[in-house]
Design a protein around this ligand. Structure first.
Ligand code: GDP
Ligand code: MN
Length: 384
């Protein structure tokens, strides 16, 4: 779950890290009176996306008389006039630092990242980047990370920054975060650190450990960002992400979906859908997936439907019979290509060869090899 900046900063504040004074302003509201005495302002669109500064969605105001015009400019850039805005006191920044703690999946640990030139061009300016591995069971102390920090930060800054940064992996662990990124982390004139932005992603698998009512702004924004079909899919018990592509991809499980998306891309095709299981939902949602796939496939930009299933122990016969009922219920809006892989226990009533014969008898190309499946779809669509 991605947190909006406002919620991310609330999380940081809860752990004692300094953030600028700020207030959330909803659509149509006047600038809050309490902000009148601040020494300069930023007005920032609250979206679940980064790069706002470069898109004109973060605007600096000298005083509150500029509020209306800044809001107008931000909302003119967005589709959604209801986007909440964060009005924040401008922090006088001496140095923009990049600081992040994230899960290093390959290393099976946390990783702390620090760079002396943060801000909007971090991708280009991160030539100097400290990557410090953190053992989750025994997080590094400030003393332990100091040597790596002092290699790329001025000596007088390295010690306080190491103390600050050493807290981040600990917060990430306690809050079940996949990513805790502060960019920019402001070094102020009085040499304190203030988190001027927060990009925080919490692992949804750990949701049960946390208050389900917190971060309501982020939840509302995520809900609003979903398409109608994505919402319909969720209500039917699976996760759909619509992507910009020309092939409706029907799979179960994120790993298989990603493999098939890559295979399609290798053959000049682009998946228009990503499907995954939902936590705490029914484990069998093939019929629901097919229902949504049919709706997606009616769109003019869609050229084909690719269905790939992998079953270990459930019955292949049942799955193929259900697929065939779907195929024959009403004409398919686009050509269908089927791939299937079945473990031994799944094939008691129907072998993969029998399944393929049944589908081919209906004129549906079917394969046991996913590469052959994608190649056939690509050939039919005139891509190599
Ligand atoms: P992002 O572009 O979506 O990452 O949005 P940010 O919140 O990081 O804002 C973009 C840029 O505005 C930052 O990289 C800073 O350069 C600048 N900025 C944001 N907040 C402050 C602040 O309080 N003071 C100063 N001086 N600059 C800020
Ligand atoms: Mn930022």
């Amino acid at each position: 779950m991605r947190l909006a900046e406002y919620d991310g900063k609330a999380l940081l504040r809860r752990h004692g890290l300094a953030v600028p004074r700020s207030m959330l302003v909803q659509a149509g509201e006047q600038p809050p009176k309490e902000a009148a005495g601040w020494s300069g302002y930023f007005l920032k669109a609250q979206l679940l996306e980064g790069g706002r500064g470069k898109s004109g969605l973060v605007r600096r105001l000298q005083n509150l008389s500029e509020f209306r015009e800044a809001r107008r400019l931000i909302l003119a850039t967005l589709d959604d006039a209801d986007t909440p805005l964060l009005l924040e006191e401008a922090v006088p920044i001496v140095q923009e630092i990049f600081a992040a703690a994230r899960i290093d999946g390959t290393g099976q640990r946390l990783e702390l990242l620090l760079a002396p030139e943060g801000g909007e061009n971090i991708e280009q300016s991160a030539k100097k980047l400290a990557r410090i591995p953190i053992d989750v069971a025994a997080p590094a102390t400030a003393e332990e990370i100091f040597p790596a920090v002092s290699r790329i930060f001025a000596h007088d800054l390295a010690a306080p920054l190491a103390r600050y940064a050493a807290r981040l992996p600990d917060i990430a662990r306690k809050e079940d975060l996949q990513l805790l990124e502060i960019n920019p982390l402001a070094l102020t004139k009085d040499r304190s650190f203030v988190a001027c932005d927060a990009k925080i992603i919490r692992d949804e698998a750990a949701d049960f450990r946390h208050d389900p009512t917190e971060f309501s702004l982020s939840r509302t924004l995520a809900e609003r960002a979903m398409t109608g079909l994505e919402r319909a899919a969720r209500d039917l018990g699976f996760q759909l992400v619509e992507t910009d592509g020309n092939v409706v991809l029907v799979t179960s499980g994120a790993g298989l979906a990603m493999m098939m998306m890559d295979l399609l891309a290798d053959h000049g095709l682009r998946a228009a859908s990503f499907m995954d299981n939902l936590r705490n939902a029914r484990d069998e949602t093939m019929n629901e997936r097919l229902k949504i796939a049919r709706l997606l496939a009616t769109r003019p930009n869609i050229k084909a439907i690719v269905f790939q299933t992998v079953i270990a122990s459930r019955s292949l016969a049942e799955r193929i019979d259900a697929l065939i009922s779907w195929i024959t219920a009403e004409p398919l809006p686009k050509p269908l290509f089927v791939g299937l892989a079945a473990g031994h226990a799944a094939t008691r009533r129907m072998s993969p060869e029998q399944a393929i014969d049944k589908l081919r008898a209906l004129g549906v190309p079917a394969f046991t090899d996913p590469v052959a499946l994608v190649r056939a779809a690509a050939q039919a669509l005139g891509k190599r």
